[in-house]
Design a binder for this molecule. Structure first.
Ligand SMILES: CC(C)(COP(=O)(O)OP(=O)(O)OC[C@H]1O[C@@H](n2cnc3c(N)ncnc32)[C@H](O)[C@@H]1OP(=O)(O)O)[C@@H](O)C(=O)NCCC(=O)NCCS
Length: 157
């Protein structure tokens, strides 16, 4: 289903058949891929928040970006926001995040969080331009529940 139409691209809901193309777009956009990015885990995530995984497609239908949202009942999270290089700086991530934040609000979320890998200046600039602020003194802590599932240094973006 088309959610938003922008000049040259549309935002649609992710469906399982999109997995390969989205995975490829994640790789192309340079996102740090983790063991939990496989089909099985992505589909598990989709069961939980089926309406919070958005895909951007160009006029020919190719996947050019995506954003995966999470809502745990208290906070909203953004994971794997990525746009393929040829489409960067053309408002695709803005359109994805506009729609995602609207859906978060509709769920009752009052705050959205994301994790940015240290040194990712482009992502920092993008989120700062949207009003996101670095939240010190919080430090991310994590523990692997399954060996190899999410090794240390994980960045869940
Ligand atoms: C970060 C990313 C998703 C931004 O996507 P995008 O579609 O190019 O972003 P937009 O065109 O919507 O940019 C909106 C605003 O963000 C800021 N911005 C985006 N890219 C920027 C860059 N390279 N340098 C400085 N500011 C930038 C600007 O303020 C921009 O507005 P402007 O173009 O009017 O100046 C994209 O660069 C990307 O996929 N990067 C690689 C993957 C990644 O790091 N994802 C984030 C993981 S936390």
């Amino acid at each position: 289903m088309t959610v938003t139409s922008q000049p040259g691209f549309t935002i649609v809901d992710f469906v399982p058949d999109d997995f390969d193309a989205v995975f490829h777009a994640w790789q192309e956009s340079g996102l740090w891929m983790r063991p939990s990015d496989g089909r099985e885990h992505v589909l598990l995530k989709l069961e939980r928040d089926p309406d919070l995984f958005l895909v951007a497609r160009d006029a020919a239908g190719a996947v050019i970006g995506s954003a995966m949202g999470g809502w745990d009942g208290r906070r909203a999270y953004v994971y794997h926001l990525g746009v393929v290089p040829a489409w960067q700086r053309r408002g695709v991530a803005t359109a994805l995040m506009d729609e995602l934040e609207e859906r978060f609000r509709a769920r009752g979320a009052v705050k959205c969080k994301c994790q940015i890998l240290g040194g990712n200046d482009v992502s920092t600039a993008f989120f700062a331009a949207r009003g996101y602020e670095l939240e010190t003194p919080c430090m991310p802590y994590g523990k692997e529940l399954v060996p190899g599932g999410a090794p240390r240094d994980d960045c869940p973006c």
